[in-house]
Design a protein around this ligand. Structure first.
Ligand SMILES: [Fe+2]
Length: 498
């Protein structure tokens, strides 16, 4: 909602220190604000350089790590309210011959280009109103920021958020190639940022949510060469906000968690999208199992109220569906009174009261039952699996973990999803560690590397850690040190050059 004077002053303080390419400024920021505040400070400019390496990059690891996330949070003294909100910035780390080249590139969306030309924010985004009242009517975010996920598909690198269609970039040069349409004609166009690739067929599944009095979800399945091979629209029992979903070989599964969405204050230009969300646990969750075959009925299963950002994976086992995910008893880090994701943007470090925990749904389609099991109660987020096992049985998942009360995590954990056993490495309380990407060597779950982008709170600079995925607790094999900080990077992908 409205930016307060105190907020503006704190924001200006953060902005003055935002060019953290200077070590003394980074140190000053680390001293005056919680060091985690750097995760919500823009990276100034675009860079291209050979990064310093500590240790040795494995010779069998050659390719490019791509990351996406918000890279620009403030313009002309006006700052985004929430760390999840900002213009998309692709980062590419090329690993070749034991060396590491770093690049970053702001996605040239129409929003970015217009605001770059005027030097100020012009449009509401999903957590933050536009600066002037009249710029918020009607109040729906009108433009993509392309700053959540990135995938390699159709021979291009894509940059997605949850407003419209993704944007395309040349995976080698990072040159912008304009909007890349996924939705077929007649399909809803507000695609979710997350997509699922089948380990069996290579097909991609996308979903889009249509808000309103009669909410619905479009499910779009495309072949690896971009041909739409399935498109199904399904009515939803109530309006909601979801971020991710599950896909198996024959089913798409929606976790309709206990979020209520009332769009009226947003349409009136008074509230942002996320300020219209309310956690209502009395609603419970509904797990909606949607067959790919549109002739088959959709099935609904009640489940305990939990908030889910991300799923690990889901697969079919006879008449059962196994679905693994991370969820919270309540999303107090995200919405409600003084959530941590807002406080950190004002240079305040708060705590959360509900941790991300790993759960498994076991859905028996013949008996029409759903059972929920706790896999681990650690404070975890950003789940990933072997990238070639989407929709297939897999034993191991990877996630970040952190101290209780902190959404901003300091370690990487490998979780046996069948037993809950873990193998962990903690970088320490003054390091933030982001999503780890699993780079497999073949189809085995027992041979590969983890690549994670991290922030050192002592130096105010970021680094990429490379770990042995099957021996996480041994610690990093190599660190790639950047010359500056990078803001919170949500999601990434790997392009193998081997
Ligand atoms: Fe996500």
């Amino acid at each position: 909602m409205a930016i307060t004077r105190r907020h503006c002053i704190q924001s200006l303080g953060l902005m003055a220190l935002a060019s953290a390419t200077s070590p003394c400024l980074a140190t000053q920021l680390a001293n005056e604000y919680p060091w985690q505040a750097l995760l919500g400070v823009s990276l100034v400019g675009e860079h291209d350089y050979q990064a310093e390496i500590e240790g040795e990059i494995p010779t069998s690891l050659e390719g490019t790590l791509y990351r996406n996330g918000p890279g620009l949070f403030e313009r002309a003294g006006y700052r985004k309210q929430h760390i999840l909100d900002g213009d998309g910035m692709i980062q590419a780390i090329d690993l070749m011959n034991g060396k590491a080249r770093y690049r970053n590139h702001f996605v040239r969306t129409p929003k970015y280009l217009r605001e770059q030309a005027t030097g100020r924010f012009l449009y509401p985004t999903w957590t933050t109103l536009a600066p002037e009242l009249w710029e918020n009517f009607p109040g729906t975010p009108p433009f993509s920021q392309a700053g959540v996920t990135t995938y390699l598909m159709d021979g291009i690198l894509t940059a997605h958020d949850e407003v419209g269609q993704p944007f395309a970039l040349n995976p080698d040069s990072l040159e912008d190639m304009g909007q890349h349409r996924i939705s077929p004609k007649g399909g809803a166009i507000y695609l979710k940022a997350h997509a699922k690739q089948s380990g069996t067929t290579g097909n991609w599944t996308f979903i889009s949510w249509s808000h309103g009095l009669a909410p619905s979800v479009d499910i779009i399945v495309r072949s690896p060469n971009g041909r739409v091979i399935d498109h199904r629209k399904v009515s939803m029992p109530r309006d909601c906000y979801i971020h991710d979903f599950f896909a198996t070989e024959h089913f798409t599964i929606i976790d309709l968690h206990a979020i209520e969405f009332n769009p009226l204050p947003m349409l009136a230009g008074l509230y942002s999208f996320t300020d219209c969300l309310k956690w209502s646990p009395a609603l419970g969750n509904q797990i909606i199992v949607i067959p790919r075959d549109s002739g088959q009925p959709v099935k609904f299963f009640p489940a305990p109220a939990r908030f889910m950002w991300h799923s690990f994976n889901a697969w079919e086992k006879g008449s059962e569906i196994i679905a693994d995910f991370i969820a919270y008893d309540a999303p107090d880090h995200f919405i409600g009174k003084d959530p941590q994701m807002k406080a950190i943007m004002q240079g305040r470090c708060t705590r959360t009261y509900h941790s991300g925990m790993a759960y498994r749904y076991i859905i028996n389609l013949q008996r029409a039952t759903l059972r929920e099991e706790l896999i681990t109660d650690g404070n975890i987020e950003f789940p990933i699996i072997h990238p070639k096992l989407g929709g297939l049985a897999c034993q191991f998942g990877y996630a970040t973990f952190g101290a209780p009360g902190q959404f901003f995590h300091s370690g990487i954990t490998r979780i046996d999803l069948n037993t809950g056993a873990q193998d962990q490495y903690d970088f320490g309380e003054k390091v933030h560690v982001g999503e780890a990407i699993y780079v497999p060597e073949g189809m085995s779950e027992n041979r590969g590397f983890l690549l994670s982008m991290a922030l050192n709170g002592d130096t105010g600079k970021s680094f990429i850690a490379i770990l042995n995925a099957t021996h996480v607790s041994a610690g990093p094999l190599a660190l790639i040190h950047l010359r500056h900080h990078t803001p919170l990077s949500f999601h990434g992908t790997w392009s193998d050059k081997r």
